[in-house]
Design a protein around this ligand. Structure first.
Ligand SMILES: C[S@@+](CC[C@H](N)C(=O)[O-])C[C@H]1O[C@@H](n2cnc3c(N)ncnc32)[C@H](O)[C@@H]1O
Length: 277
């Protein structure tokens, strides 16, 4: 059943839906962690040039040669990858539920006039049915133990033939597989809560890692098909990052992303997902 929604064609950057208190209350609840003034997500990226560049390589491997009318970066934070997406799409919407992230984005994206900034939750995307040809979700799934509603919403807004570039923390990575084998345990198919005991007790935002087999099934349930897989940030280890120079790390990463994909080797998995025509 079609669920057409009104497009949010706002030119202004910080599009906080003033007066829409219901939406604001819901967004703030989900985005509390990223609205905490003591937690500046921009600073989290200091010293993580390798991880950032690995994701940029993955974007170029999967989207290179394609061009889109309108990309939506769902849970895009302060726009770290929205900026990169301007290479691949005429228009980019940064759709993010944390006002603090959007405030940082105002400055971070000041030289990217084709990026529109919107306060939005992944399960309530303010776009018409079949209106978007690229959706990206990167480093968001760990906050969504059950992404059923979010996947259905992404499937709704995607045009037939549209793409979904999707990164998530992979519980079935090589290190975890070895640990489970050593303990004679099977890898769980359910999401695994990786919060500390203290954060769990405080009711902090969800932090889970997912099993790619389960994620594939959840995507299929939403009518979405995985076309390509990459294994990303394969060399994420403080020791390796210390020994190997940045250029060397990226050259090796570039080789490994495709070759290790089907074994889900790395801590981060990227799926290129397509909505059938
Ligand atoms: C780790 S950050 C990643 C930001 C960005 N994608 C990046 O890779 O730089 C996680 C982001 O997910 C957003 N987020 C959390 N729950 C969300 C939800 N239900 N819908 C949309 N975004 C959400 C947070 O506000 C935060 O900006």
């Amino acid at each position: 059943m079609s669920k057409n929604k009104t497009s949010t064609k706002q030119k202004s950057k910080a599009n906080t839906p003033k007066g829409n208190t219901k939406q604001q209350a819901k967004s703030h609840k989900k985005a509390d962690h990223y609205n905490d003034p003591n937690h500046n997500y921009l600073h989290y990226w200091n010293g993580r040039d390798y991880e950032h560049a690995s994701e940029v390589i993955a974007l170029s491997k999967l989207l290179g040669g394609k061009h889109f009318d309108h990309a939506v970066d769902v849970g895009g934070g302060y726009g770290r990858l929205s900026a990169v997406l301007t290479k691949y799409a005429d228009k980019v919407t940064l759709a993010e539920p944390s006002q603090q992230q959007l405030d940082i984005a105002q400055d971070y994206l000041k030289d990217y006039p084709t990026v529109d900034i919107q306060l939005m939750q992944a399960d309530d995307l303010k776009f018409d049915d079949a209106s978007i040809d690229l959706v990206t979700v990167v480093r968001v799934l760990h906050h969504l133990p059950d992404p059923t509603a979010e996947f259905a919403e992404i499937a709704r807004i995607l045009k037939p033939g549209g793409y979904f570039f999707f990164e998530f923390a992979n519980y079935a990575n090589f290190k975890n597989r070895v640990k489970h084998i050593a303990k004679g345990k099977k890898l769980p198919l359910e999401p695994v809560d990786i919060r500390s005991e203290a954060n769990r007790k405080e009711g902090d935002i969800a932090f889970v890692n997912h099993n790619p087999k389960t994620v594939r099934k959840q995507l299929a349930h939403a009518g979405l098909k995985v076309e390509k897989v990459l294994s990303v940030s394969n060399l994420r280890s403080p020791r390796i990052k210390k020994i190997v120079p940045h250029g060397g790390l990226l050259a090796i990463e570039n080789l490994l992303q495709g070759s290790l994909a089907n074994t889900y080797f790395g801590p981060s998995t990227v799926f290129l997902v397509k909505k059938p025509e």
